[in-house]
Design a protein around this ligand. Structure first.
Ligand SMILES: [Zn+2]
Length: 330
């Protein structure tokens, strides 16, 4: 074999060996979203609960359990975890019961979703069908579903988040909404450092829950993720501010804005990179106070653990999104 042919053959071999690996990963990712959606649609068809609500509940539970476990639950088909005692019925003497007759007798929540004659708490079909059956008890319609969710979680914030996720899934007709963007255009002037946790003086001693991105007045502020605008308005610390909720359990907070983009209001569905406002220096006083510090965007990230919301350092995420945006602008 000539040198040329050998080189060609070797590169072809390397090409064949390397490309399927890349494709396999993205295909696996794509297929789990497809598989989940197929199960949501199937369960929606038999219970009458919209697939978007089921997907939102499932994502909410996935988010919460991800915080409480060290194992990677992202690849599990279903994020919902049912209570083992309620599953078989509180008075059921057999905690591992899988028999539809005895579980029904003890009024367990478990139901046979895939028709295989056993009720299995480890079967995604059985779990989602059982969960959806509880949700459907109050009757059809978003208001009834919200009441059923309230009875399930006893927490307004949880109901609000699930409703927001469902709105996003409905709008984009997918649950694959994981893209991000840097919060100011990367070709403009800006500067930021890691300052999360630094002490703050104004308005009592608080820690700095975010990263300050210094930029000129009027620099567009971009949404960092897909999400729903959960909050807008004045606050004496943050000035004119926006709170954006994404379905991966991040609440993105943008503070000290000069103003908001047109067509942005509470409940708006937002895409990453979309202009939501403009850099300013509002805050540290009564409504309309500006210019008490240099113009900058205060960007904070928060996560919900099912009971309360906590702040975490956005700096590493900002670095990642910035690098990606810079690569796209080349
Ligand atoms: Zn700040």
């Amino acid at each position: 074999m000539s040198y040329l042919y050998r080189t060609l053959f070797l590169s072809l071999l390397l090409f064949c060996l390397s490309t399927p690996l890349v494709d396999k990963n993205s295909l696996a990712k794509q297929s789990i979203f497809d598989e989940r959606k197929a199960l949501y649609l199937k369960t929606a068809a038999v219970t009458g609960v919209p697939w978007t609500i089921l997907a939102a509940c499932d994502q909410y539970e996935r988010n919460i359990h991800r915080l409480r476990t060290t194992t990677n639950t992202n690849e599990d088909l279903i994020g919902i975890k049912m209570d083992e005692h309620l599953w078989v019925g509180l008075l059921n003497p057999n905690p591992k019961d899988t028999n539809p007759k005895s579980i029904a007798f003890f009024q367990g929540q478990g139901k046979d979703g895939n028709g295989d004659g056993i009720i299995d708490i480890h079967s995604p079909e059985d779990v989602l069908y059982s969960y959806a059956s509880i949700l459907s008890l109050g009757g059809p319609g978003l208001d009834n579903e919200k009441i059923a969710l309230w009875k399930m979680y006893h927490r307004g914030k949880t109901v609000e988040m699930i409703t927001e996720y469902a709105k996003l899934y409905q709008h984009f007709n997918t649950t694959q909404l994981e893209d991000h963007a840097f919060p100011v255009p990367v070709h403009m002037n800006y500067d930021y450092q890691s300052t999360w946790g630094a002490r703050r003086g104004w308005g009592g001693l608080r820690i700095h829950e975010g990263t300050d991105i210094f930029a000129d007045y009027g620099t567009p502020v971009l949404a960092t993720s897909y999400g729903v605008i959960e909050m807008m308005g004045w606050n004496k610390y943050g000035g004119w501010r926006v709170g954006l909720r994404d379905p991966q359990n991040n609440y993105h907070y943008f503070g000290h804005l000069r103003g908001y983009a047109n067509n942005i209001h509470e409940g708006s569905v937002i895409k990453p990179g979309q202009v939501i406002g403009y850099v300013g220096s509002s805050g540290y006083g009564p409504e309309g106070t500006q210019g008490k510090f240099p113009p900058h965007l205060h960007y904070g990230m928060y996560r919900d653990n099912g009971r309360t919301e906590f702040s975490f350092d956005p700096y590493p995420y900002l670095r990642t999104w910035e690098t990606k945006s810079l690569q796209q602008h080349k």
